[in-house]
Design a protein around this ligand. Structure first.
Ligand code: DHB
Length: 394
């Protein structure tokens, strides 16, 4: 059977689901094809900081209700340098806040909303090929029951994450791909424990970085710098607690302990593909760009992409393709600014394993310059809370 849709969206992550939701708000339907099960999408552990622009978009488009009730709204973060803590008062410096609301909770809200709105979300569905002609794309896919199906679309958006196979259609030679690797990774744990304190702590120490984040009053999220080659088996509970206390405790604050119930290694890499479009195929979110986790920009960037792509697609479907032609040019400056910020925070807070003594001293001097200057703290705060999302009439 061949179906037809204005917009076929590959991937039900933050970019794909938000795009589908925004298109619906403008009266445009779409089909979302996702290879994972709904359960997997709704339970995979990811980062959890929403920028002000993301919060505003959620409220404006009617998916912010549960977030409003359950998220921790933070007005500051702390940077700890060998146990000496400096608060960055985000709201005082920028007028903005951030929310701690895990990505999977956002996805649960979006999936519920798309289903309530009658949206077509196909889980456990594999895309076999994106073909057809430049002007008339066709997607061949296998549905959850194993049937071969065909979908014709006016436009196709690949929002299927950092391993997207569709990137090579947009950038066949790879000449548009810019990458950076880091000599460290994060070890992430979830813990049944009370909050250490309300605000997040980014801690740097000669033994490595640590991040004290939260999920709720009774579940905490902690990260430790580790080797990229480390596996879950390299980190016993005892080793984790010892490292957390060494790196992040301060004289008047001890990281709260409890049962560790989830462990995972997170890779650090930066990459951007530009442009993010070719013909009627568009990349959004991690399919086009990946940031390292420090600062938690990934999901916010994905949502920023589709805040432009949605009105651009709506206009194009109504015979005005100019904004869609400019999609990459509009979103890439924000992508590169976030790349820089994620790289800068990472480099400033992590001790590279092969750093010379000069490099270590220089890094600590940079931190001291930033933290001891009002302009430095304000710069960090502005980047951390992010800029407003652009709004386009359709
Ligand atoms: C979290 C992750 C981050 O990368 C970050 O900078 C802050 C918080 C988190 O998962 O809670």
């Amino acid at each position: 059977m061949t179906e037809q849709t204005p917009v076929a969206i590959i991937g039900a992550g933050p970019a794909g689901l938000t795009l589908s939701h925004l298109l619906h708000q403008h009266g445009v339907e779409s089909v979302v094809l996702e290879s994972r099960s709904r359960h997997e999408v709704e339970t995979t552990v990811r980062a959890g900081i929403l920028e002000q622009g993301t919060l505003d978009l959620m409220r404006r488009t009617g998916v912010g209700e549960r977030m409003e009730r359950e998220a921790d709204i933070d007005e500051g973060i702390e940077i700890s340098v060998q146990g000496e803590r400096t608060r960055i008062p985000l709201t005082e410096l920028t007028g903005h806040t951030v929310a701690v609301y895990p990505q999977h909770e956002y996805l649960i809200d979006l999936i519920a909303r798309r289903q309530a709105d009658g949206g077509a979300l196909l889980f456990e569905t594999t895309v076999d090929a994106v073909g057809g002609t430049e002007d008339a794309p066709v997607i061949d896919y296998t549905d959850a029951a194993g049937r071969s199906c065909r979908l014709r679309a006016d436009y196709v958006v690949a929002a299927d994450g950092s391993r997207s196979p569709h990137r090579s259609t947009v950038d066949p030679t790879g000449a548009g791909r810019h990458r950076h690797e880091y000599p460290y990774a994060w070890f992430g744990v979830l813990v049944n424990a009370p909050k250490t304190q309300k605000e997040l702590i980014y801690a740097t120490h000669p033994e490595g970085f640590a991040l004290i984040s939260t999920r709720s009053d009774s579940v905490q999220r902690y990260y430790l710098q580790c080797e990229p080659s480390d596996t879950v088996d390299d980190w016993s509970d005892d080793r984790i607690w010892e490292a957390l206390h060494t790196r992040a405790d301060s004289p008047d604050l001890r990281i709260s302990e409890g049962e560790i119930f989830d462990k995972a290694v997170l890779r650090f890499r930066s990459a951007v593909t530009e442009p993010m479009q070719r013909g009627r195929l568009f990349l959004a979110g991690d399919a086009a760009h990946t940031v390292p986790p420090t600062g938690a920009k990934g999901m916010n960037l994905a949502i920023a992409d589709v805040a432009v792509l949605a009105p651009a697609l709506v206009r194009a479907l109504r015979g005005r393709p100019e904004l869609l032609s400019d999609y990459s040019d509009i979103v890439l400056p924000r992508v590169w600014r976030a790349q820089h910020f994620s790289w800068w925070m990472s480099s400033m807070l992590h001790q590279a394993p092969d750093a010379t003594t000069f490099e270590s001293r220089r890094r600590l001097a940079e931190l001291s310059s930033v933290l001891s200057s009002e302009a430095g703290r304000r710069y960090l705060a502005e980047q951390y809370v992010g800029r407003d999302l652009p709004e386009f009439e359709v």
